[in-house]
Design a protein around this ligand. Sequence first.
Ligand code: HOZ
Length: 431
Amino acid sequence: MTKKSKLLFDAALKVMPGGVNSPVRAFTDVGNHPVYFSEGHGAWLTDVDGKRYIDYVGSWGPAIAGHSNPSVISAVEKQLKSGLSFGAPTELETQLAEKIIGLIPSVEKIRMTSSGTEAAMSAIRLARGFTGREKIVKFEGCYHGHSDSLLVKAGSGALAMGIPSSPGVPTSLANLTVTLDYNDDQQVLEFFHQSGHEIAAVIVEPIAGNMGCILPRPEFLETLRHVTEESGALLIFDEVMTGFRVAPGGAQQLFSIKPDLTILGKVIGGGLPVGAIGGPKHLIDQFAPSGPVYQAGTLSGNPLAMASGLATLEIIADPAFHSSLNTVTDTLCERIQVAAEESGVSIVINKVCGMFSVFFSCDSEVETFTQVNKCNAQHFNRFFSSMLADGISLAPSRFEASFISSAHGESEIEATVTSVYRAFKQIRDIS
Ligand code: HOZ
């Protein structure tokens, strides 16, 4: 930990729980201390001591076009001069909604929120209101924000802190959340055969990113679509991480599956706080004032956030954007794999356009929550800390995905791979 970061963290510990405003930032899971950054440009961050890092966190996803992307900054600056927030509709909201609708075919209408948590919580309320049913299904290790109904066997920071089901969630509410195993289509089929008629919604990360990056088995999402259609439950894709990242139309485009509702966040705010629920008109119109399901927010559709999101979506809508991001992701992950083989370190690397996770000493594939848990935490922590010391900032938990932006190029890959060899040598030495 650099000198000023330590001083700032010590001060923060006195006034904020764990010194942070979001648990995973405390680096507890990796036995380290947070770095305080003062600047970000492109693929690089600079900390308060002036040390530079190649960043693979990307503000947990929003910085897909690199930090301080000139088009995004200029759109925000333009709006900044006109005012921060009016608590009234602005044209920017409609423009961002139109842009999203143009990119994701399952989305005909949108309700904006200020975070992914809010969006997921409101989508569940919509599903309950629409179906008149109370139970929902989620998958262990998936994370959909921290609302009560969804903080049951959750992933992300909740898992990293060892509190996947938080105290404070009323048992009566937690009992309405059924948790099944990600990628287990047989279990889903059996459950729906018995109880499908009671379920309001199935919520899932179509590519999980909150227990590390886990790709869906081909039959898994198809099964979810089939059982929800058959039982009258809504299928909700949480694309907060994958939306506009893995393809212009998100994971649903990649796997050709149309959910009923889509939760968005991160990239649609381009670095400012935004979430959204999208879907067909007849569902989204259930929200007040068109319909009876209440949902609101003082800063929902905030003009600065809309401007930033719109500028970011303009960038990712370029047809070359994802092919290039995909190539960079493939190249980096292939080179990490080669480094592991040459260093005699056993890894599995899961990847999809713009996101990846490295798992250590695990089964030959990592496709389930059980397999994630079998991976070597000590090796991951050693890897993380060695990379950080070398100026490579990865997601600070084995239960998170790392993100790549369009600003990452050959020189960043080269520098990263050099550090990977050094980190793998340390791992081999402790094995
Ligand atoms: N829940 C976010 C990652 N899945 C982390 C949010 C943050 O700490 O900034």
